[in-house]
Design a protein around this ligand. Structure first.
Ligand SMILES: [Mg+2]
Length: 163
């Protein structure tokens, strides 16, 4: 199984998308608070990965897992056109809140994981710094980041023949 450990704040939203959403609010075109919004372009870039790698599953490592059930997380990502039934779990919450330790705990408990990538705008990922695709929180997940993720996962999977 291939997995992406997915952060949300700074990846599926960004400084740029917050500014955009605040602008919409000031214009009366949105009533959603910016910290609750996701960036449609970043979400589309995540969906691109999921379409290229149809076997890849998502494990949420974001703090959003503390305030949302898996079903709520699925609902929020689905609202942004992400194929959220690929979410299979969340990482455990470590006392020290060190994300690399939380991810290691999950990986150790799931020997079926053969490859994984960490998508995050933070770097507290030891011992897995090599697996990190670090996102710039000013922009969120870019298309270039998505290409890096696919490469790190070992490339797209074989697509089934279509007729
Ligand atoms: Mg983050």
């Amino acid at each position: 199984m291939r997995v992406i450990f997915l952060d949300i704040d700074g990846c599926l939203n960004s400084v740029s998308s917050f500014i955009y959403n605040n602008r919409l609010r000031l214009l009366g075109l949105s009533d959603t608070f910016s910290h609750e919004t996701l960036c449609p372009i970043a979400c589309s870039n995540l969906q691109y990965i999921l379409e290229e790698c149809t076997d890849v599953q998502l494990v949420i490592s974001s703090t959003w897992r503390k305030y949302n059930t898996i079903d709520e997380l699925k609902e929020k990502l689905a609202a942004c056109n992400v194929c959220s039934d690929r979410i299979i779990g969340v990482t455990p919450i470590d006392m020290d809140r060190y994300r690399g330790t939380e991810i290691k705990e999950y990986v150790d408990g799931h020997p079926e994981i053969k490859a994984f990538v960490i998508l995050d705008d933070d770097s507290d990922m030891k011992p897995y710094l090599d697996m990190l695709v670090k996102v710039d929180s000013r922009n969120g997940l870019t298309f270039t980041d998505s290409e890096k993720v696919i490469e790190k996962l070992g490339g797209p999977n074989e697509k089934e023949a279509q007729d």
